[in-house]
Structures are given as structure tokens and as C-alpha cells.
Design a protein around this ligand. Structure first.
Ligand code: PPS
Length: 286
């Protein structure tokens, strides 16, 4: 049985993107007026962009939950399915993108007045999450070993995982950037919410932070039909909950990667990250 027709990749601005990312949208973004309180939430696919987006929209709303869907609260303007009038969004605007730093459609982030949150996640869990997403949404017949090869070659949405990370990493301490790791968000959600709020220059009472933490746990978001992406085709389960939020853990890769595949990724990490001082967290204690 096949899933949805695969939105084949094409190359735009030197990057492999799905067909629903179109040059017309990138041109619009190039000409967009930008403001200092705009917050771009950015990540390679499956690294936690939805989670960070939900936290940011609740911070913007001072912890008040409303029935606006997350994809409306935080549009994804490079996608042709998002035709929001960006000039009419309420400030601070929250916007999402999967582009790497040097190819960012509005210009390189340090040349813009906006703020940027980048979320990264260890490549093994990212790969597993992407595999299950692709299988669920697009390619029911997808085989693990084939997909592993595709991931390693960067033959997936938004190209090579490491190219994306390495484009943002040198800017991680820039004033207009907040660099987050998925694994740290798992370990300390209250601290993550506080960090994002201070970055957005929004002061929150402790009880509001606690409320946002409660609203952004995996369990709550999975059952929250404004945040679980269950409106996407093939992303709703029998209980009506979102399948997009699959497991939400660190270390699921141990259930899927062979020893050889794991070692292949380790070798690539060593080669790509040497001299950066950056380390991944593969901890499985949560
Ligand atoms: S996408 O398709 O690029 O927008 O995906 P993205 O949102 O970046 O990543 C999806 C993974 O993030 C997990 N997720 C969460 N984990 C923990 N807590 C919360 N609240 C949460 N929300 C989303 C989601 O379950 C996907 O990971 P996996 O490993 O597949 O479960």
C-alpha cells in the first residue's frame, strides 16, 4: 500500500527541498519587511521545531491557551500551503523555517533585525523520527536500510543534516540567536521555557511558566488538537490524537540502528564536528 504521492525533491537556492517549497515563496520572503521582535523558529526537520513553536506561541500569549491552530499561530511561509499575509500577523510575529543559515530566504540572519531560535537534536534520533514520519505520511513501503542510505547522502527534505547544523553552529552565541538542543529541552522543560521567554524579552510569572510547561509536555501536546498536527493527512490515530507526536524521547535510535549504522554516524559526526567543540547528547535516561 502506498501513502500520499511523494512530494519529490527539487533544488532551490542550492538546497534539496520538497516541491511544496517554491521559488515564488522564497522571493516573497526576500522582500519581506522584518522587525526586531520577529522570532524565527528554525531547525532541520524532526529536531523539535513544533515543540519550540508551541512554547513560543504560549509565551507570546502569556500562557493563555486558545483554539488557534499552531500552523496558523506560527506559519511556515516557505511552504505554498501557507498563504498568510505576513504583514498582518500580530507582533511579535512567530515564523518557522527549515532553511540553513547561509541560505536563509530573508538574508543571512546576522544581516536582519530579527531573533532566531535554532533547535538541534542528535542525528540518530532525528533519522528515526524522519523515517517514521516519511513512512507514515508519504511512503508506506519505505524500508529502514534504504532510508538510512538516503539520510546519509542528504537525499531527504532540506538536504544534509550536518550541512544544516554546521551552517547555524558558528552563530550559536550571536546576540540574535538562541541555540537549543532537543535533549536539553527534555531534561529541563521549565528552564527551556524561561530561556525562550527571556530571549523573546517577555517577562513571565513563575505560575505562567509552570502553566506553559504543563501545556507543552509530550502528553499534553499529543492530545491537543490545536498543537498535534492531527489536521495533516495520515496524522490522526484511532483515538483522534496526533500521530505526528510519535514517541518524543531521547534514545529511541537504539531500537532501530544496527551497530554498523550507529558507527557510521559516529564517524561522520567526528569528521564533521571536529574543531567545533559541539557534542550530541544520546542519553536515554528520560
Ligand atoms: S517537523 O516535521 O520537522 O516539523 O518535525 P519536528 O516538530 O521538528 O519534530 C518532531 C519530533 O518532535 C517530537 N515532539 C516532542 N517531543 C517531546 N515533547 C514534545 N512536547 C514534543 N513535541 C514534538 C515529536 O514527537 C517528533 O519526534 P519523535 O521522535 O518522532 O517522536
Amino acid at each position: 500500500m502506498s501513502g500520499l504521492p511523494l512530494p519529490t525533491l527539487h533544488v532551490l537556492s542550492g538546497l534539496k527541498v520538497p516541491r511544496f517549497v517554491q521559488q515564488r515563496k522564497l522571493d516573497e520572503l526576500r522582500d519581506l519587511d522584518l522587525y526586531p521582535d520577529d522570532v524565527w523558529i528554525t531547525a532541520y526537520p524532526k529536531c523539535g521545531i513544533t515543540w519550540a513553536s508551541q512554547i513560543a506561541r504560549l509565551i507570546k500569549n502569556r500562557g493563555v491557551q486558545n483554539d488557534v491552530r499552531l500552523d496558523v499561530a506560527v506559519p511556515w511561509p516557505e511552504n505554498i500551503l501557507h498563504e498568510e499575509k505576513l504583514g498582518e500577523l500580530s507582533q511579535p510575529r512567530l515564523l518557522k523555517s527549515h532553511f540553513p543559515y547561509h541560505l536563509f530566504p530573508c538574508g543571512q540572519p546576522h544581516t536582519t533585525p530579527c531573533k532566531y531560535i535554532y533547535v538541534t537534536r542528535n542525528p540518530k534520533d532525528t533519522l528515526v523520527s524522519l523515517f517514521f514520519f516519511m513512512k507514515q505520511a508519504w511512503e508506506r513501503d519505505l524500508e529502514w536500510d534504504d532510508f538510512f542510505e538516503r539520510f546519509m547522502k542528504g537525499d531527504v527534505f532540506y538536504g544534509d543534516y550536518f550541512d544544516n547544523l554546521l551552517s547555524w553552529l558558528p552563530h550559536k552565541d550571536d546576540k540574535n540567536m538562541l541555540f537549543l538542543r532537543y535533549e536539553d529541552m527534555k531534561k529541563d522543560l521549565p528552564q527551556t521555557v524561561s530561556k525562550i521567554a527571556s530571549f523573546m524579552e517577555i517577562e513571565l510569572q513563575d505560575e505562567t511558566i509552570a502553566k506553559i510547561v504543563e501545556l507543552t509536555t509530550f502528553k499534553t501536546m499529543k492530545g491537543d488538537n490545536t498543537a498535534n498536527l492531527s489536521w495533516l493527512k495520515n496524522m490522526k490515530d484511532e483515538k483522534g490524537e496526533g500521530k505526528f507526536l510519535r514517541k518524543g524521547v531521547v534514545g529511541d535510535w537504539k531500537n532501530f540502528l544496527s551497530a554498523q549504522q550507529s558507527a557510521e554516524i559516529d564517524t561522520k559526526c567526528t569528521e564533521k564536528l571536529k574543531d567545533t567543540g559541539f557534542e550530541f547528547d544520546y542519553d536515554t535516561t528520560n
